[in-house]
Unconditional design. Structure first.
Length: 430
């Protein structure tokens, strides 16, 4: 303790000296208090400077992460780079982003970086599941688990392990911000995937529409060209055709007309089935007579094939739509003829089994590969082989067969051996 000199303007009496001493003591105390307060303020300022520097580093890191996440559509490598930056900034020993699943499927398989705590993998998985279910961050020691949410929907979780517990609450805020950025990126990537899928689907639809128009044009051009040719021939003023020649020409025109009409009817049937407006009108129908007429019609159209049939001797009357079943038989016979070699046999059988009637159409054609058999009843499907490519058709016949038979309460199936032939079956309630 030192002394302080006080210069008084006047001479004080001895009795005033205690008051002077008190004043000197108070001044010394004030000076000491001021020094202590300045020291504390300086310590607080230095601590705040460190926190601000640390916060600035975190903000710079988050900014870098934002640019990293926003600058690429390659999700996994981008996420790995971003997580590595986060681990360096926040001093994380381990980080794990559990499988993130979008509406269209898995976007990011589980990502793990760093060294997980020894003997605690089950605890990390359990904590991640709890975070996803609680939809809130969970902190257990040095481990934090956070849900990743996109539009109020949990799509995954993130687990981080801190190296130490210093200012862990402040570092936790940065981790929360990072998970929000991850969620935003996942949402953007999901939208991008949907946009790509939509673009690809529209491109495919445009291609299919072009192919469809080309196929329909080809299917109609062939019979119409034939009709026009025979009509022009019959109308030539310089020619006088015999009655039998005219009958032959007219028969060819009739066949071509039926061929063009079949294309239109098939297209109409597909459209009605697509919009659920296709219906059947059940009436008593002699199935044997319908099958025999269909076989004779097919034989007249394709005289180079042997169309044979085996049916019960007695009449078989069932409640059915004659027009729709005629389409079924015509499509099955047309399909069998198309894929059979010239001179090949086509065999039609009808038999009764319990309360059902089974009809089969067998050919000796090229057969169908096993991988194509599950797709054969799809609209516009045509097997990718040489014979199919040079065979006319829209690829609608078997789809129409399946639809018509299903409307009657029956089913359709096939057996086929490549290079030996195929047999198509359908059943109807009797």
């Amino acid at each position: 303790m030192g002394w302080i000199a006080v210069k008084l303007p006047i001479m004080l009496p001895i009795v005033a000296m205690p008051f002077v001493l008190i004043l000197v003591y108070v001044c010394q105390k004030e000076r000491r208090f001021t020094k202590q307060r300045l020291a504390r303020d300086l310590t607080d300022i230095r601590r705040l400077e460190k926190e601000l520097l640390h916060l600035n580093d975190q903000l710079v890191s988050l900014n870098t992460l934002s640019k990293c996440l926003a600058g690429s559509t390659e999700l996994r490598p981008t996420m790995e780079t971003a997580v590595s930056e986060l681990m360096t900034t926040l001093k994380l020993s381990y980080c794990q982003i559990n499988s993130v699943v979008s509406e269209s499927g898995e976007l990011l398989p589980t990502l793990r970086l760093g060294n997980p705590p020894l003997g605690e993998p089950e605890m990390l998985e359990l904590l991640a599941c709890e975070a996803e279910q609680s939809q809130a961050p969970l902190l257990k020691g040095l481990v934090v688990a956070l849900p990743i949410r996109v539009l109020d929907r949990t799509v995954g979780s993130m687990v981080a392990v801190f190296e130490d517990d210093s200012v862990i609450e402040k570092r936790l805020k940065v981790v929360e911000t990072f998970t929000q950025q991850v969620a935003a990126v996942l949402y953007a990537v999901t939208l991008l995937h949907k946009e790509r899928e939509t673009t690809e689907r529209m491109t495919e639809l445009s291609r299919l529409r072009g192919d469809f128009v080309a196929m329909v044009s080809h299917e109609l051009r062939t019979p119409l060209t034939c009709i026009k040719g025979f009509v022009d021939t019959l109308l030539r003023p310089d020619m006088h055709w015999k009655a039998e020649d005219q009958a032959e020409f007219l028969q060819s025109i009739k066949v071509s007309t039926e061929q063009a009409l079949k294309v239109v009817e098939d297209l109409l049937a597909v459209q009605q089935a697509e919009y659920s407006t296709l219906s059947i009108h059940r009436e008593p129908l002699d199935l044997i007579l319908l099958v025999e007429e269909a076989c004779r019609r097919a034989q007249s159209i394709s005289p180079n094939h042997a169309i044979r049939w085996s049916v019960p001797s007695q009449h078989l009357v069932i409640p059915a739509d004659a027009t729709r079943l005629t389409q079924v038989m015509d499509n099955l016979l047309s399909n069998a003829i198309k894929y059979s070699p010239l001179g090949g046999d086509v065999m039609v059988k009808v038999k009764c089994q319990g309360g059902w009637v089974e009809v089969s159409v067998a050919d000796t054609g090229i057969g169908i590969e096993p991988e194509h058999q599950v797709l054969i009843f799809e609209k516009f499907f045509r097997a990718d082989n040489t014979v199919a490519r040079r065979t006319e058709g829209l690829g609608l016949g078997l789809s129409i067969v399946q639809t018509m038979v299903a409307l009657h309460g029956g089913r359709v199936w096939l057996t086929s051996t490549p290079n030996k032939g195929s047999t198509f079956y359908f059943t109807l309630p009797s």
